[in-house]
Ligand binder design. Structure first.
Ligand SMILES: CC(C)(COP(=O)(O)OP(=O)(O)OC[C@H]1O[C@@H](n2cnc3c(N)ncnc32)[C@H](O)[C@@H]1OP(=O)(O)O)[C@@H](O)C(=O)NCCC(=O)NCCS
Length: 151
């Protein structure tokens, strides 16, 4: 997960989600993690922090060879289901201002742009906060089509 984060989320920024930090974060009772594996290889993951009233999506990444196959939506929906089951009101997240495709991904799932966070990422890049309120799942659970990687 740390190397996926380094490669797919934090490129061009200092590496914040190192293996040590992820290990510590994973031990918190409030942390919820889903991992997508294909042939025993991690191809994506989502990490959320479930508070008493609200959920915060901390990290979500899909290996670029496996994008646009529905894996990201599935990883997000599992977190939304967990938040709903816990009776939480909403889910927020931050995304890099330059990351337009992730912004479209979250907008397609019903998230609304709340505000810009100047220099949120290590003082180098603005962040944009999104929120889904009330919390809801974007699609019903369904049978999965078979997946093929992009070459
Ligand atoms: C954002 C990300 C997680 C999406 O994962 P994915 O598995 O490719 O997404 P899905 O296939 O589930 O897409 C679901 C919907 O999101 C939207 N979407 C996904 N990728 C998109 C893109 N590049 N441009 C526009 N819309 C996109 C589409 O509406 C898509 O639905 P459709 O396939 O029916 O058109 C993935 O691109 C990624 O890992 N990016 C790098 C890391 C990152 O930006 N993480 C989020 C910020 S922490």
């Amino acid at each position: 997960m740390a190397s996926l984060s380094r490669r797919e989320v934090e490129q061009g920024l200092p590496w914040v989600w190192t293996p040590d930090k992820l290990r510590r974060f994973a031990k918190l009772a409030s942390t919820n993690i889903y991992v997508a594996e294909i042939d025993s290889r991690v191809v994506g993951f989502s990490i959320a922090s479930l508070g008493d009233a609200r959920a915060h999506l901390v990290l979500l990444a899909v290996d670029r060879r496996w994008r646009k196959s529905g894996i990201g939506r599935e990883l997000l929906d599992w977190q939304l289901r967990a938040g709903l089951t816990a009776g939480l009101a909403d889910m927020s997240l931050e995304v890099r201002a330059n990351n337009k495709s992730a912004q479209q991904f979250y907008a397609a799932a019903g998230f609304r742009k709340l505000r810009v966070l100047p220099r949120y990422y290590s003082g180098l890049e603005d962040g944009i906060r999104f929120r889904l309120s009330p919390l809801r799942v974007s699609q019903p659970m369904q049978q999965k089509k078979s997946l093929q990687p992009d070459e």
